[in-house]
Write a protein that binds this ligand. Structure first.
Ligand SMILES: Cc1cc2nc3c(=O)[nH]c(=O)nc-3n(C[C@H](O)[C@H](O)[C@H](O)COP(=O)(O)OP(=O)(O)OC[C@H]3O[C@@H](n4cnc5c(N)ncnc54)[C@H](O)[C@@H]3O)c2cc1C
Length: 396
């Protein structure tokens, strides 16, 4: 078991987290030829989780103890999986690592996005304590670009990693979407996670409400399943494409169905109606799938005279995320037309020497396993860069 754990930990900084929340049906298990031949793949996720949980219990997860301390320091902006994976790899090499985050707890979406029932927060906290014990410093409640300028970080650290994720919600563009009771997915999930962590939260819950969640991704599935747990009277998911075209994990959709969530596929909202300023009804229209567009996905169009109404006293918008304005963090970073940071695909260097970027802010809204991988790859490139800087300083 110990050897198996070590092998599994060689390529992943948090196998017990990936084992719990990766969509294995789309990734490793789905790609397995045994799965494709109809015999069912080995349950890779469950194995990763068990091996690493077992390793923690038996004390096989070794503390981070660098062979020697190095002088230069690294500033990491963002304590999500990309930032944490990079912090661990760089600290193991002996560099001084400081992680900055605007949130009051480290973990990024592992802590505040993904619900407790999918990922117990103690599992995330254990990883953060492991980093603190290994000498990684965390500076929380600190927004880079507002509380501390990017240039002051550049003066303080020999290299910087930007791992800030993507947090701008796509807004629902229909009449009535400003009514009370119409809320965004992420604040709703954050508040729910905060309650689970024991914080005092005053925001409304889904208890005793008819809830409609708009969207078909993993965030939408997290919202419907959270609403069920909060005691909603009914939970309906409205998605404009069909089940086969849902972007979320198939197993999460199945879980939601098993828990009693009603799905209205091929349906899009037209307007939200309110009673005394609070949402009371969603007017929706049936959609039809057309030919694939440029992206390869089938286009959708509304079916005439197919409108229908759904009673609702809470509407949650889960339409995906785009990057925030990164020029507010650093004005000189080169961005892509999508607003993500332009970085080298393997080394994750940006256009500014010594500044690297990884995770969702490079790839766009994606998955934890990619954030970890990119954080590790960026850390390798940063290690080389820092070694060169050290040699140069010695030569001067
Ligand atoms: C609701 C939800 C559920 C998800 N479920 C899954 C799942 O089940 N499985 C899966 O694989 N993926 C899931 N994902 C996607 C996954 O969480 C992300 O792909 C992953 O967390 C990205 O990691 P990251 O480190 O790039 O960014 P994040 O995890 O977003 O972390 C970024 C951090 O940067 C901080 N930050 C941002 N700007 C600043 C600033 N200016 N100054 C200081 N700090 C800053 C933020 O506070 C945050 O802590 C989910 C996403 C959401 C929204």
């Amino acid at each position: 078991m110990e050897d198996a754990y070590r092998l599994s930990a060689r390529t992943n900084s948090m196998p017990e987290i990936c084992g719990r929340i990766c969509p294995q049906d789309r990734l490793c298990e789905g790609a397995c030829v045994i799965e494709q031949s109809g015999h069912g793949a080995v349950t890779i996720g469950a194995i990763e989780k068990t091996l690493t949980d077992n390793a923690w219990e038996n004390g096989w997860v070794e503390p981070i103890r660098p062979a020697s301390e190095r002088k230069l320091s690294v500033g990491i902006i963002g304590a999500g999986p990309a930032g944490l994976a990079a912090a661990e790899a760089l600290r193991q090499q002996g560099w001084q690592v400081v992680v900055y985050d605007r949130a009051d707890r480290a973990g990024g979406l592992l802590m505040y996005g993904i619900p407790n029932f999918k990922l117990d927060k103690k599992i995330v906290e254990r990883r953060i304590e492991h980093l603190i014990d290994g000498g990684v410093k965390f500076v929380l409640n600190t927004n880079i670009g507002t509380d501390i300028s990017f240039s002051s970080l550049q003066n303080k650290h020999a290299a910087i990693l930007v791992a800030t994720g993507v947090y701008k919600s796509r807004a629902l563009q229909v009449p009535g979407s400003g009514a009370g009771g119409v809320i965004e997915a992420l604040p709703y999930l954050i508040q729910s996670n905060r309650r689970g962590l024991g914080d005092q939260v005053n925001a409304e819950t889904a208890a005793n409400k008819h809830v409609v969640v708009i969207g078909g991704g993993d965030t939408a599935m997290d919202c419907v399943r959270t609403a069920v747990r909060q005691g909603a009277k009914s939970v309906t998911c409205l998605y404009r494409r069909d089940q086969a075209n849902m972007p979320g994990s198939a197993s999460e959709t199945k879980n939601a169905m098993d828990e009693g969530v009603a799905f209205k596929w091929l349906a899009a909202p037209l307007a939200l109606h309110d009673k005394d300023g609070h949402v009371s009804l969603v007017r929706a229209v049936r959609m039809r799938l057309g030919l694939p567009g440029r992206s390869g996905r089938q286009a959708v169009s509304p079916i005439k005279n197919s409108e229908f109404d759904l009673g609702a006293d809470m509407v949650i918008q889960a339409l995906g995320f785009t990057p925030e304005d990164m020029s507010l963090v650093c004005a000189n970073l080169k961005l892509t037309p999508h607003g993500t940071i332009k970085a080298h695909p393997a080394r994750f260097e940006t256009n500014i020497p010594g500044v690297y970027a990884a995770g969702d802010i490079v790839r766009g809204a994606s998955l934890v396993v990619w954030a970890i991988r990119e954080g590790r790859d960026a850390a390798n490139a940063m290690h080389e860069y820092l070694q060169k800087q050290t040699a140069q300083m010695a030569a001067e």
